[in-house]
Ligand binder design. Structure first.
Ligand code: ZN
Ligand code: ZN
Length: 298
């Protein structure tokens, strides 16, 4: 159960015809003085008839005609073509994660250690207090995936974030669907950074996943209390300290036994997502799963 009484505009996203055609994502925003997940879902259903088809340009962002990495034309006639936004050679060059992976931190595991993928964590994360339960990642940070993540963070990065959000969904759809999450929450930027950057890759990824899952995306649920220095400039111990108490819940939200999907572009030490998860749990969330495009390991 999630409810908000802030009277703000809550964007709700629904994969309308997606389940039938696999190609469209629809979106509408509803103003609600008070809402709950149950009401939001029925509201979303009511709203579907009023949702117009997406413009063609948006469709092409979601299923681009060209590889998002090298811009080679994608041959729509090839079997399986355009299910992912990459040409064959770029797809091959991505360092995607394959099982076994650690359920908890999302990192790769040696095949011999597959049994440790149960919930207690791996040699990287065991003994570390992480407030989230599970991590879902597309690949390992580095090489071409690193270039794509940098493109997502550039000023015109939203189309890339959109494509990567759909790619993450395509790769991990079964795991996402099995989660039964109630709400999707992106890691928030501090308002100063929101003003400075024209893009917020975590929010775009979260929009895509919420749309595919058919649950609300609550971008205003978590707030950054402080404008913390970028984690990428810090050592691992500094990263944990840097994000301590960095988030707060926005007034009016209440999470009760909710399963929250927290979305970011990359997970390195897990400090940021763990602090976000801690804040959500203190507010009543029962379970927190993290979704990222890339898992960075040292
Ligand atoms: Zn390519
Ligand atoms: Zn682990």
């Amino acid at each position: 159960m999630v409810s908000a009484a802030d009277g703000g505009r809550m964007a709700m996203h629904r994969d309308m015809a997606g389940r039938k055609r696999g190609r469209s994502v629809t979106r509408f925003a509803a103003s609600a003085a008070r809402w709950s997940i149950g009401a939001a879902r029925s509201g979303a259903r009511r709203g579907l008839s009023a949702v117009a088809a997406l413009p063609r340009a948006t469709m092409e962002l979601v299923f681009p005609a060209a590889c998002v990495s090298c811009h080679a034309e994608l041959n729509a006639d090839e079997p399986g073509a355009r299910a992912v936004p990459f040409c064959g050679s770029c797809y091959e060059s991505l360092d995607l994660l394959h099982e076994p992976t650690c359920r908890r931190c999302g990192g790769p595991l040696p095949k011999l250690n597959a049994s440790t993928q149960a919930n207690e964590g791996c040699y990287r994360c065991r003994g570390r207090k992480m407030w989230f339960d599970e991590t879902i990642a597309a690949g390992l940070y580095g090489g071409r995936l690193r270039e794509l993540l940098l493109a997502m963070k550039s000023d015109k990065g939203d189309p890339m974030s959109l494509a990567m959000g759909h790619f993450l969904w395509q790769l991990r759809r079964e795991r996402f669907e099995a989660l039964k999450v109630d709400v999707v929450v992106p890691i928030p930027l501090h308002w100063r950074r929101r003003l400075a950057h024209r893009t917020n890759s975590a929010a775009v990824l979260a929009e895509v996943l919420a749309g595919r899952l058919g649950v609300p995306m609550a971008s205003g649920l978590l707030r950054r209390r402080r404008d913390t220095p970028p984690q990428s400039q810090l050592t691992p111990p500094q990263r944990w300290k840097n994000v301590r108490q960095a988030f707060s819940m926005s007034a009016g939200y209440h999470l009760s036994k909710a399963h929250v999907l927290v979305v970011d572009d990359i997970l390195t030490t897990g400090a940021t997502c763990s602090e976000a998860a801690r804040t959500l749990r203190m507010a009543g969330a029962e379970r927190v799963t993290v979704a990222v495009v890339a898992r960075a390991i040292g």
